[in-house]
Ligand binder design. Structure first.
Ligand SMILES: C[S@@+](CC[C@H](N)C(=O)[O-])C[C@H]1O[C@@H](n2cnc3c(N)ncnc32)[C@H](O)[C@@H]1O
Length: 220
């Protein structure tokens, strides 16, 4: 499944071992590990400090990481052959928040370069998608057992009582926002780039419920 994801990113961004590629929202380098050995140079940016420090430890040597907001990328125009943003839009409560990032990614890729926005939950099949999520969870539980909080490892400092109280009160949950394909198509006019829609890679358990978008920057 992982190789299928990496192959799909390479294909949709038209990247090869000579390409200089940017990932926006790289987190702890999950994609970087598989992609970097197959491109010339990989740069990852993320808003969050902690996952970046993990990424720096585990990623191959042709990788660089920076803390930055995808909507204000610290790179000159035309810096990369391609850029991608994978599993990040699910964090954005509005399409507008993500649209700024698409425009900024297009600014930093070269003439005729590609921008991939990957794995977007499709608003038009939200209910079917939620049923699929429950099916996948059941499948995983039956294969690996139900997810339980891990006992604290001896290598970690125990949480202070005050911090623990805050964590428990905050009741973290996974948020997932949905988007309409039409919004991505309409954006192509305002950013001046041709657009194509694709399904997510075939082995993704949410194939048919999530989609990928590729913007092609104009050749100048
Ligand atoms: C679910 S993770 C995806 C990580 C990675 N792309 C992957 O596929 O494994 C989403 C990441 O996007 C980052 N993120 C969210 N908004 C961002 C923004 N405006 N600029 C840069 N990173 C952002 C979050 O900090 C988080 O690490």
């Amino acid at each position: 499944m992982y190789q299928d994801l990496i192959d799909n990113i390479l294909e949709l961004t038209a990247s090869d071992r000579h390409s200089n590629v940017l990932e926006v929202g790289c987190a702890a380098g999950f994609v970087a590990r598989g992609l970097a050995p197959r491109v010339g140079r990989y740069t990852g940016v993320d808003l969050a400090r902690a996952p970046l420090s993990v990424a720096r430890r585990i990623a191959p040597s042709n990788c660089a990481f920076r803390r930055a907001d995808g909507a204000r990328l610290p790179f000159p125009d035309h810096s990369f052959d391609a850029a991608f943003c994978y599993d990040v839009f699910t964090n954005f409560p509005t399409f507008a928040a993500g649209a700024h990032i698409v425009a900024e990614m297009l600014r930093v890729v070269r003439s005729a370069g590609r921008v991939l926005i990957g794995s977007i939950p499709d608003e038009d099949c939200k209910q079917a998608y939620e049923r699929r999520v429950a099916e996948v969870a059941k499948e995983l539980d039956s294969r690996y057992g139900p997810v339980r909080p891990r006992p604290p490892s001896t290598g970690f400092r125990p949480l202070s009582t005050r911090l623990l109280a805050r964590v428990v009160r905050s009741q973290p949950e996974i948020l997932c926002f949905y988007f309409r394909k039409q919004d991505f198509l309409a954006l192509s006019d305002s950013v001046g780039a041709r657009v194509q829609l694709f399904d997510v890679h075939r082995l993704n358990p949410y194939f048919g419920y999530r989609f990928n978008v590729v913007y092609h920057k104009k050749a100048t």
